[in-house]
Design a binder for this molecule. Structure first.
Ligand code: DAH
Length: 369
């Protein structure tokens, strides 16, 4: 029958020409779908006489098989071609250089703080913390500041608006109030981590943020201090001197660095001192541990008997020393950063330059290598 032969040739031609799976599927539906041309012919077999059916049956079935086989083969070929195309287009070229990866850096303040904590932890100091929002009592009064002391004035201290109780809180101007919180063991209705109350002997350092209304190349309204407090029996200035000298040598990694202690005044220590380190300013920058110049790096002294009394300790029984230093400032000195304000400007390029890798060699407490 010519029309069957023609139909087969036409269908096979269209199958062969199909460019994609969708075109192929259209041919399949047209021929073999529910009302497709071949399906209709198969349905027609039932109405034929037995003789006709015997003759037409094998032909129509042969046509159906030929078309179904051709579709299956074409489908497989199209799928293989599609896979080859994807493999060629999506091939990974392992010889290409990797895309640059932006890595986070450790902020110098945090690096320096970790280094300081490591040095003091080695000497047996524990850590204490206190709140950034303080009250006048802990920040000033308990620390023996006279009522009219200039540090209480507006231009130094950030005062908060008066609260319902008529009290004005403040942003702590130094970490020294945590001395008070640490020594006062009783009646602090504060969470334990803030109150830090403990009985002597006490040996703690207190790292933290402090705030003063000040801004220039060496001052920012927020900066970091590290306070130290040691309370025990028979503590004297010699202990203070050894502790601070040892700290300085380890922190600056200069065993021979020379320090000098000058008399000074702080309300909360008696006697009070400032410590200078030997340095060289001749080359335009400051080099610690060499040269004939001096640079003040911290304040300290013996805890004033009034402070001990304000904290419920008997000065005839307990003595101690305290000190305070500027974390960011010592970081600038150690790592040669010229302007303190850059430390908190949040410029990522600055951080990439001055920041530290988060991955350090084990046992290394310092960023110097
Ligand atoms: N609190 C002082 C300041 O902010 C620093 C200081 C000096 C702390 C002497 C001390 C100390 O504990 O004994 O300038």
């Amino acid at each position: 029958m010519t029309d069957l032969t023609e139909l087969q040739a036409a269908l096979l031609g269209r199958i062969e020409a199909a460019q994609d799976i969708a075109a192929l599927e259209a041919v399949r539906v047209e021929a073999l779908g529910k009302s497709g041309s071949i399906s209709e012919m198969l349905k027609g077999l039932g109405k034929m006489s037995p003789d006709e059916r015997r003759e037409q049956g094998p032909k129509i079935n042969g046509l159906r098989d030929a078309v179904a086989t051709a579709i299956a083969e074409k489908k497989a070929a199209l799928e293989t071609a599609e896979l080859d195309r994807k493999l060629a287009a999506e091939r990974v070229d392992l010889s290409l250089p990797p895309a640059p990866e932006r890595r986070g850096r450790v902020h110098p303040t945090m690096q320096v703080l970790d280094e300081m904590i490591a040095v003091f932890a080695d000497m047996g100091f524990g850590l204490a913390e206190g709140p950034d929002i303080e009250d006048d009592f802990h920040n000033f009064t308990a620390l023996n500041f006279p009522p009219k002391h200039p540090a209480r004035e507006m231009h130094d201290t950030f005062w908060l608006p008066e609260n319902e109780a008529g009290e004005r809180k403040l942003l702590r101007t130094h970490t020294s109030p945590v001395q008070v919180r640490t020594m006062r063991t009783s009646n602090e209705k504060l969470p334990a981590w803030i109150a830090n109350g403990q009985a002597p002997p006490i040996r703690v350092i207190v790292p933290g943020r402090v705030y003063r209304s000040d801004s220039d190349a060496t001052h920012t309204p927020m900066f970091h201090q590290l306070e130290g407090l040691v309370i025990d029996r028979d503590i004297h200035m010699g202990h203070l001197k050894w502790t601070l000298e040892t700290f300085t040598r380890r922190f600056f990694e200069a065993d021979g660095v020379v320090t000098r202690f000058r008399p000074h005044h702080f309300p909360f220590t008696e006697p009070s001192c400032e410590m200078d380190v030997q340095c060289d300013r001749s080359g335009g920058s400051v080099k610690i541990g060499q040269g004939a110049d001096w640079l003040e790096i911290l304040g300290g002294g013996m805890v004033h008997p009034n402070v001990l009394r304000n904290c419920g300790l008997d000065p005839d029984e307990w003595q101690g020393f305290a000190f305070g230093l500027g974390v960011d400032r010592l970081g600038m000195l150690k790592y040669g950063m010229p302007d303190l304000r850059d430390m908190f400007a949040g410029d990522v390029r600055w951080l990439e330059h001055y920041g530290f890798s988060a991955f350090q060699a084990p046992n290394s407490s310092t960023g110097l290598s």
